[in-house]
Design a protein around this ligand. Sequence first.
Ligand code: DUC
Ligand code: ZN
Ligand code: ZN
Length: 482
Amino acid sequence: MGTYDLVVKGGSVVTPSDVFEADIGVRAGRIAAIGADLRGERVLDAQGLLVLPGGVDSHCHIEQLQEGGGADEESWTTGSTSALAGGTTSVITFSTQFKGGDILAPLAEYRRRAAKAMVDYGFHQIITDASDEVIFRQVPEVVAAGVRSLKVFLTYDPLHLDDRQFLRVLAAARRTGALVTVHCENYEAIRWRTAALLADGRTAPKYHAWSRPPMIEREAAHRAIALAEMVDQPIQIFHVSCPEVAEEIARAQARGLKVWGETCPQYFVLTAADMDRPGFEGAKFMCSPAPRDAAASEGLWELVRRGTLDIVSSDHSGWSYDTPVGKKVNGADANFRDIPNGVPGLAARLPLLFSEGVTKGRIDLPTFARLTAYNPARLFGLHPRKGTIAPGADADLVLWDAKKQVTLSNALMQHVIDYTPYEGMEVTGWPVATVRRGEIVMQDGKVQAEPGSGTFLARAPYEMIRPTGRLPDGFDASSFLV
Ligand code: DUC
Ligand code: ZN
Ligand code: ZN
């Protein structure tokens, strides 16, 4: 057996299916052994701690380019620091297309920027303009380069696709072997309701939730599923905010469709009432879909336990509050339509889910490992390298103190954003060390990793997202370049 580079000693190892006491031996960045009495050049004491798979955050926005120039405030350096502080070792972020633009040059720019990453990373390719050039020529190139998921928005100016464009993306994904992830909200319904709210002088942040009630998310999810079923293309519905949307997914799954659902911590712990805080404060909690109410949150837990929603990602999308470039970019009294959407949550994801889920008895430890690491790794083609604790996998681990009580604060998030929507929340359970490919990159909150030490995760074809082969009338419309 010999000596390992690193041994994580005496912890309770949490895998997607089990919890057991063992040492973990690491060699050349990978898990080489799981057993008893392992010896290492370096030993990390995990007595009394859980050893979890390093978090895989399959939906977060880091250094995303903005249409008018510039990029998100959260850079690869600060975003990686925040991720590692919170126990996340791999992320999938986005490469954007702007309407009328191509996707090759932006992807090259995203890859250039991500060269500073300290976490391992991949990209989803956002399609906002399903032109012939992009759909027929560039998508195959991007997918072949390892960007094996496409993201579409069914709402948002200027990102949204109409149904025909969405169908063209689904067909392109089917031809090239990619997954399609979908932001589901009804574009026209939001525009219409927003116009009415503004006409009535209802401009405060809380009206963000009124502009996009649950049924418009449910409608878009239903439509996305129906169109994906017609094309026979696997999809994942992003950031499900309430049970009625998850029920659409459950019905699709019961019919044997390859439809998956993701939710995020904000939908468990924030509600629409948070957007009704005094003055402009409500802007801090604005994201889309909007947080709902306590009953919706409790309902989501049930859908998680049933396995309908099998991934919890952060949808980290940080906009600072007290600066002219973030939430107040259009003024400190901007109407809700003109306030950027999104909440930061890279570092808070695991502690919130652990505390609300495991500590409060809503889910067990293996379920936590599946929601935060194993399932995202599988769905996005990173398994078996990422998302689990098994011989041969990358040694991405989090040592976790299940009893530690922490009051969340912005400083603990270690992101660039000047606030956290979770300020003052009490959690029980906290990451005390993060190991990324065998390197100890965080200990007691101190992140130490070399910029550029993260690696690009090119994703090869994989079985899970292969179409079912069931087509209406047996006719494969996606084989025609229309
Ligand atoms: N909603 C998204 O779809 N993306 C980022 C932020 C948000 O609120
Ligand atoms: Zn979205
Ligand atoms: Zn997002």
